[in-house]
Design a protein around this ligand. Structure first.
Ligand SMILES: C[S@@+](CC[C@H](N)C(=O)[O-])C[C@H]1O[C@@H](n2cnc3c(N)ncnc32)[C@H](O)[C@@H]1O
Length: 231
């Protein structure tokens, strides 16, 4: 198999051994109560029939020109998103405008669902793998949420609506796609109605640092990272 971003194999994350490791690490890092909370969140999603499981993308139907430049699906957790929003708010020293949250490479819709749950008026996800987008649509239905939308589209050609306020990247693709994405965002910047902030979690390329002003870079105890930018 050719070595590309798209071919990365993340299926080990669904194995019992990996999950046990995550549980033990969470107990060590977060203590019993927070770990219990995370377990309840997972059980709640299971009961609702919501699927945010990790999935490889190399065997999925992908749209657009950049099929070999994407990363496998790993979903954001609600606690991680809450932490990111809280940290961005403390960097900008003011509450964020929660008008429209956009997730580039939105997978099964975890981040757009969490964003709506934590107070955004509207959230939109852009996902180039058809099967993941279809699961996201099902997940949104099961959570009975309004103003949450998954689009089956290539992030490289997506133009954000003018009411965007937060843009989220959870290490979705390499610098080739990121370059196109940031060009599109900057080209439409004049039409944006709100201050727009970008959260780039687990960054794997430097494009945003080259094109925007970095507000802050954070490394969490779990090893995850976040870069915060203003557009
Ligand atoms: C690491 S996952 C992040 C999932 C989601 N953002 C979340 O936080 O739960 C990266 C996702 O980006 C998608 N992706 C990769 N390249 C893309 C592209 N060019 N356009 C749209 N989606 C893309 C992948 O299919 C995958 O679902």
């Amino acid at each position: 198999m050719r070595e590309t971003h798209t071919n990365a194999d993340m299926s080990h994350q669904n194995r019992i051994g990996y999950k046990l490791d995550v549980l033990l690490n969470s107990l060590r890092a977060n203590g019993f109560l927070l770990t219990l909370r995370k377990m309840f969140q997972r059980i709640y999603l299971k009961i609702k029939g919501v699927d945010f499981s990790t999935q490889n993308i190399y065997d999925l139907t992908r749209t657009g020109e950049y099929q070999e430049h994407g990363t496998a699906l790993v979903s954001s957790s609600k606690d991680f998103l809450i932490q990111l929003i809280k940290d961005l708010e403390s960097v900008i020293e003011t509450p964020l405008c929660k008008e429209l949250f956009i997730d580039y490479g939105s997978g099964k819709g975890a981040a757009i669902i969490h964003a709506k749950k934590i107070g955004f008026k509207q959230s939109i996800g852009v996902e180039f793998a058809k099967e993941l987008h279809e699961t996201a649509v099902e997940n949104i239905k099961k959570m009975k949420l309004e103003n949450v939308e998954s689009l089956y589209a290539d992030a490289a050609t997506y133009v954000p609506p003018k009411n965007v306020s937060v843009i989220y990247f959870f290490n979705p693709f390499d610098e080739v796609v990121m370059q196109k994405v940031i060009e599109n965002i900057l080209e439409h910047k004049a039409s944006f109605e709100n201050e727009v902030y970008i959260i780039y979690a687990n960054a794997s390329c430097k494009v945003l640092k080259d094109r925007l002003t970095l507000l802050k870079e954070v490394t969490y105890p779990s090893g995850s990272t976040a870069d915060f930018f203003k557009v």
